[in-house]
Design a protein around this ligand. Structure first.
Ligand code: SF4
Length: 77
């Protein structure tokens, strides 16, 4: 199961993007979450479930080690 970013908890720090060995994470451009910050998302088709993003993230609860349907948005529309 791929990892998943909780869009409304993510603060867009981007540490996960640097940590991911397969470039599965993208920072959303021009969108804001419930906290007023940008967020990232994991492409589940690329993620190899290594856990590096979860270890690197400084925001508690922003990344889940399993897929949560509806938690991760690619954009706000
Ligand atoms: S679990 Fe690993 S491969 Fe998947 S998004 Fe996180 S760092 Fe990338």
């Amino acid at each position: 199961m791929p990892h998943c970013i909780n869009s409304d908890i993510c603060e867009g720090k981007g540490d996960c993007i640097l940590a991911c060995p397969v470039d599965a994470i993208t920072l959303v451009d021009g969108e804001k979450n419930a906290k007023g910050t940008r967020w990232s998302f994991v492409d589940p088709d690329i993620c190899i479930d290594c856990g590096a993003c979860l270890a690197a993230c400084p925001v508690n609860g922003a990344i889940s080690d399993s897929w949560i349907e509806g938690a991760q948005k690619k954009n706000s529309k």
